[in-house]
Design a protein around this ligand. Structure first.
Ligand SMILES: Nc1ncnc2c1ncn2[C@@H]1O[C@H](COP(=O)(O)OP(=O)(O)O)[C@@H](O)[C@H]1O
Ligand SMILES: Cc1cn([C@H]2C[C@H](O)[C@@H](COP(=O)(O)OP(=O)(O)O)O2)c(=O)[nH]c1=O
Length: 217
């Protein structure tokens, strides 16, 4: 991890819009690493602790409160602070491979960017809440909006959560924001095309892990 605190573990996050295949690839990568005898912890955001799961319900319930943007960003940061302190840091300290489905870059993409909160503000909140913890590797999965919509339809029917249900322009802006972040931080991000068969995507993810975290993988 990269917040100045060296630990023996490895921290990998998966990012991207809804339906790009993050949860599927998290599972495939965890299975592969566990097959090599590694201590692997799989987790997700918002969530990962009872407190953070309670905040997840507050944020995503389609019938829930329509939070203001700063309130929404603070709630994501609060959930993350609990998750980092109680689950992620202890696992990294014992030398585990932590694989997290969404992390700080989701806040930067969904609550930040043009017309939303400045990136510096979101990173400041992350500094206060989670000591600025950043992953060793962030895999950004990218698919066309058409493929993502088709997959979400197959997975969820017509249901969507309070943020997933926002309009196509919002999701296009989120995808652009992820791409910009990956371009700005090429040492941490790997962009992987997710529009092909899951096993083919997995082989590309494995190649990133081996290339980036080589000695440890
Ligand atoms: N590469 C793929 N090709 C076809 N379908 C996929 C692929 N990856 C995931 N899916 C399916 O698409 C849906 C969304 O995938 P999921 O992993 O839940 O995405 P995310 O976590 O990014 O929302 C699921 O029903 C999943 O089984
Ligand atoms: C972690 C995080 C998620 N989100 C949003 C993205 C998703 O719409 C929702 C999480 O839902 P989730 O079910 O995890 O996403 P997916 O459909 O990709 O599997 O919360 C933010 O807006 N900011 C954040 O910091």
């Amino acid at each position: 991890m990269t917040d100045g605190t060296a630990t023996p573990g490895c921290f990998i996050t998966f990012e991207g819009g809804e339906g790009v295949g993050k949860s599927t690839q998290v599972r495939l990568l965890a299975d592969w690493l566990e097959g090599q005898g590694k201590d692997v912890l799989v987790t997700r955001e918002p969530g990962g602790t009872p407190g953070a799961e309670a905040i997840r319900a507050l944020l995503l319930d389609p019938e829930g409160t329509d939070w203001t943007l700063p309130a929404e960003a603070l709630l994501f940061a609060a959930a993350r602070a609990d998750h980092v302190a109680r689950v992620i840091r202890p696992a990294l300290a014992r030398g585990a491979w932590v694989i997290c489905d969404r992390f700080i870059d989701s806040t930067r993409a969904y609550q930040g960017g043009e017309g939303a909160l400045p990136d510096e503000v979101i990173l400041q909140l992350h500094g206060i809440g989670s000591g600025g913890l950043l992953p060793d590797l962030t895999v950004l999965l990218e698919v066309s909006p058409e493929i993502a919509t088709r997959r979400l339809h197959q997975r969820d029917g017509l249901a969507s959560d309070r943020i997933g249900g926002r309009d196509a322009a919002f999701h296009a802006r989120v995808a652009r924001r992820f791409a910009e972040m990956a371009e700005a931080e090429p040492r941490r991000f790997s962009r992987v095309a997710g529009g092909v068969e899951a096993e083919t995507v997995h082989m590309a993810v494995r190649a990133c892990v081996t290339q980036r975290l080589g000695a440890r993988a």
